[in-house]
Write a protein that binds this ligand. Structure first.
Ligand code: NAD
Length: 382
């Protein structure tokens, strides 16, 4: 089985879907691994390391893909008109494609028409069995860490309280909005750096998790928030009344904050606005808002996705896109291991290929297309 690893060509992407470590493990499974030259470079993995791991280095996407049965990607392959290489048309029919594909019905239709069996790893069910393959968690964790580190770098003062002979510098006050995977890592990182950390969320379970990390909870609770968690563990969209009450509590606290890390998301929707323009106006000059919800529009009303904004009152808003790609070596390592774990879970030693039973929860969760058809329930129905 030949496995192709392509260079990522989309904007703001620096990750790679296989590292020399996972390439070596795929080869140990009996695969041939072909890596497009330069694929790992933005993440700090030169061609020579893949070659040392036993992979072939192919000069371009076409030669890496020729004869491939499995294609590993971070983001969706480029289709005709999307960039300098039409990656999709180069994929052999019947190839099994892995990536975070973010496909709507139209994109899924294109994958089906290309005869590619596409696995959208971001759609993996968040169940215990899937934890070690959960790309959303591995990437969100690193994004939460990176957000605090970049916030600290953009902040002109110190995170920990520093008691020096010349006087004392107070600890930074940090507020984390949304305490899911990214937010909890942001809390832990800000605590490690010595910040005084508080956090808000709407799910009742999050309140306990915030406290267990030694942060204080800032938020509003009522009947609605007690039922704010879906069966899948996600937050429900909250009513305008609830959001107004929550905003009152946040507005009371935010003026004292030095760093605000925004991570709140609601599945399939624009990210909720939790930091209004008036709240930003109440913040001190030099404070920093780091918005890692920016790919979904952002939690701060002043976030410009992809940009750094400095407001008239001297507050910096970092709205970079694709935060996991800002820590590309670590993010690639975890992402590549997530894919490898999925493959090895379904690896059939006899036939030396993955066997993906349609009735398996994980397979049903990720497979968008099979045998030229769109098969995912969320895309095929209605
Ligand atoms: P997410 O990225 O969808 O959202 C981030 C956070 O934003 C969530 O905690 C959410 O409650 C919060 N949020 C939404 N609206 C908000 C608002 N108005 N104000 C404040 N916060 C708001 O979530 P996620 O990080 O992917 O994880 C969500 C849940 O899934 C968590 O409970 C997590 O522990 C769970 N999870 C479970 C597993 C597993 O293996 N069982 C794996 C991964 C995640």
């Amino acid at each position: 089985m030949r496995v192709a690893v392509l260079k990522e060509r989309r904007a703001d992407e620096a990750r790679v879907a296989a590292t020399p470590e996972t390439a070596k493990k795929l080869i140990a499974l009996g695969c041939t691994v072909a890596v497009e030259s330069g694929a790992g470079l933005p993440a700090g993995f030169p061609d020579s390391e893949y070659a040392a791991a036993g992979a072939q280095v192919s000069p371009d996407a076409a030669s890496a893909l020729a004869g491939a049965g499995i294609v590993l990607k971070v983001r969706a392959p480029l289709a005709a008109g999307e960039g300098e290489v039409d990656e999709l048309s180069l994929m052999p029919r019947g190839a099994l494609l892995f990536g975070t594909l973010g496909a709507d019905r139209e994109a899924a239709g294109r994958l089906a028409a290309a005869g590619v069996d596409a696995a959208a790893m971001e759609m993996l069910p968040r169940i215990t069995r899937a934890q070690s393959m959960d790309v959303l968690s591995s990437q969100a964790n690193l994004a939460g860490y990176r957000a605090v580190v970049e916030g600290a770098a953009a902040f002109d003062r110190a995170f920990p309280m520093l008691m020096t002979a010349a006087g004392t510098i107070p600890a930074a006050n940090v507020l984390v909005m949304g305490a899911g995977v990214a937010g909890l890592q942001a809390i832990a990182t800000a605590r490690r750096l010595g910040g005084r950390v508080s956090a808000t969320d709407v799910r009742p379970a999050a309140k306990e998790e915030i406290k267990s990390l030694g942060a204080s909870f800032v938020g509003y609770e009522d009947e609605e928030s007690r039922a704010a968690q879906t069966a899948g563990g996600y937050a429900k969209p909250m009513s305008a009344e609830f959001l107004a009450k929550q905003a009152e509590v946040v507005a009371g606290a935010i003026g004292k904050m030095d760093i605000v890390v925004c991570t709140a998301l609601v599945q399939g929707r624009r990210a909720p606005i939790l930091v209004t323009e008036a709240m930003v106006a109440s913040m001190k000059p030099g404070s920093v808002i780091v918005d890692i919800a920016s790919d979904a529009g952002g939690n701060c009303a002043l976030t410009k996705p992809g940009e750094k904004v400095v407001t008239a009152n001297g507050v910096t808003v970092l709205g970079w896109r694709n935060w996991p790609a800002r820590i590309p070596a670590a993010a690639s390592s975890l992402y590549a291991r997530n894919l490898l774990t999925f493959l090895t879970t379904f690896w059939d030693k006899e036939s030396s290929r993955p066997v993906l039973p349609a009735e398996d929860d994980l397979v049903r969760g990720v497979m968008l297309t099979r045998g030229g058809q769109v098969v995912h329930a969320s895309l095929a129905a209605g």
